[in-house]
Design a protein around this ligand. Structure first.
Ligand SMILES: Nc1ncnc2c1ncn2[C@@H]1O[C@H](COP(=O)(O)OP(=O)(O)O)[C@@H](O)[C@H]1O
Ligand SMILES: [Mg+2]
Length: 421
């Protein structure tokens, strides 16, 4: 089976690595990919949002399956595009309506309300209802959470301790702070607790639960400083015990998949549940319609199934015939980032030491091949994933290798998992 994987981050390198282990995968293309994926298949320089270009590639190479890594092509409707042009081609990901679970916070909240899924109380406002929004804020107790409805590259959520500041933020958002993404704003109750992520693979009626994970989004140690795409992750998550996971499955996963089926939404792909444990109870912070990054860099190593077999069963709607097998060990990953990230940073720094890494898996994120060798090409550069009997033991290897891999300006967090002891 010839497979095309869309995307270019650490998530995609980890997926490519996993796909390549399947005897069913006879050839792999990655578009656009990075220097790591280039070692596992053929990188093709094209934009995953350029659907006609993706379709040309599919036609030219006789691709048998497309796996979509990032959210943007899904939210823009790549699934539906291929339904029209290549109706028999397995595309792994939700339809455009299903992708609204990530693409519109208001859609997701309304869906959860209808399905009785635990999530923070909320209201939604547009420019036409600005005054009602300003009044509503005054009825709330801070902190107050404002969310741009649409995709905002992880920057669309603002949490404020002051009601006047929240009113000002609402005005800014509704007058285009995040462009069309904030033409609608969700205001929700602040939930206090500890976050974690659960992933499911669904064919639209059945589902399989993948290893759970916890990621670290802030750039600074002890979760300080600005948000990033993610600085590290661990799986499993020590506080997610069987009892909590059972609640997640019964109160969140089952009603979500049942809701997808009830609405007749076509969804053959991954669902990411961004969760928070409040007291002993899980609540949904958000849905994503694809796997997370860097969570994938710990989830794929722990998944012992043949990924291609799982994706085929997803496409055929026979997921109920499959069972997930997880590596019982802990996996942890540390992300090496460019100096200055998530603010301005330089690219093109030569990366050395990659071949000297021992006892960790190396997943490339922002890297590319150049005449100088492999160089940095983004904020997040390299993920170093290791196994151990617990995450601390796994991190010993990742930390050691974080020193072995070198590039000018390299930075990483030395405290991944700090809140889990
Ligand atoms: N209702 C809430 N209560 C407390 N924290 C929240 C709430 N909603 C979001 N957050 C915080 O903001 C982060 C980003 O929100 P999220 O809905 O995941 O948006 P996105 O990932 O699209 O930026 C969450 O990971 C969480 O830390
Ligand atoms: Mg999030």
């Amino acid at each position: 089976m010839k497979i095309l994987l869309l995307g270019s981050g650490g998530r995609e390198h980890a997926l490519a690595w996993k796909l390549r282990q399947s005897p069913l995968c006879t050839a792999l293309w990655i578009a656009p990919g990075n220097a790591g994926t280039a070692e596992l298949g053929t990188n093709i320089a094209l934009d995953p949002n350029d659907f006609p270009a993706v379709a040309d590639l599919v036609q030219r190479e006789g691709i048998d399956m497309v796996l979509v890594g990032p959210e943007e092509p899904l939210v823009r409707g790549i699934y539906d595009y291929f339904q029209v042009h290549f109706p028999n081609l397995p595309v792994i990901g939700p339809s455009q309506v299903g992708a609204q679970l990530e693409g519109s916070k208001a859609f997701a909240k309304e869906f959860m309300l209808e399905m009785g899924i635990p999530t923070a109380a909320y209201r939604e406002f547009t420019a036409a209802t600005l005054q009602a929004g300003l009044d509503y804020i005054l009825t709330q107790t801070p902190p107050i959470v404002l969310k741009a409805d649409g995709l905002a590259a992880g920057k669309g959520v603002v949490i404020l301790d002051d009601l006047a500041a929240a009113q000002a933020e609402l005005r800014d958002m509704l007058s285009g702070k995040f462009g069309a993404a904030s033409a609608k704003v969700v205001i929700e109750q602040f939930l206090s607790g500890i976050e974690f992520s659960v992933f499911a693979l669904t064919d639209g009626k059945d589902y399989l639960i993948l290893p759970e994970a916890k990621d670290y989004k802030r750039v600074g140690e002890a979760d300080s400083g600005p948000n990033t795409g993610g600085m590290g992750a661990v799986s499993p998550v020590p506080f997610v015990d069987e009892a909590l996971m059972k609640k997640v499955e019964e109160t969140i996963i089952k009603p979500t998949i049942a809701g997808i089926a009830k609405r007749g939404i076509v969804y053959k792909g991954f669902v990411f549940f961004g969760l928070i444990k409040v007291g002993g109870e899980p609540f949904v912070i958000e849905y994503n319609c694809r796997l997370g990054d860097p969570e994938t860099e710990v989830v794929m190593p722990r998944l012992q199934n043949d990924l291609v077999e799982l994706l085929q069963a997803t496409h055929e709607g026979i997921l109920s015939q499959q069972q997930i097998v997880m590596d019982p060990r802990s996996a942890a990953t540390i992300i090496l980032v460019s100096g200055g990230y998530p603010g301005d940073y330089e690219k093109g720094k030569v990366i050395s030491g990659l071949t000297a890494v021992k006892d960790s898996m190396v997943f490339h994120a922002g890297t590319k091949n150049s005449s100088d060798g492999i160089v940095t090409n983004g904020g997040r550069v390299i993920a170093l994933t290791s196994f151990g009997d617990n995450f601390d033991e796994a991190l010993v290897f990742s930390n050691r290798n974080a020193e072995v891999v070198k590039f000018e300006g390299k930075y990483y967090r030395r405290d991944i998992g700090f809140d889990l002891h």
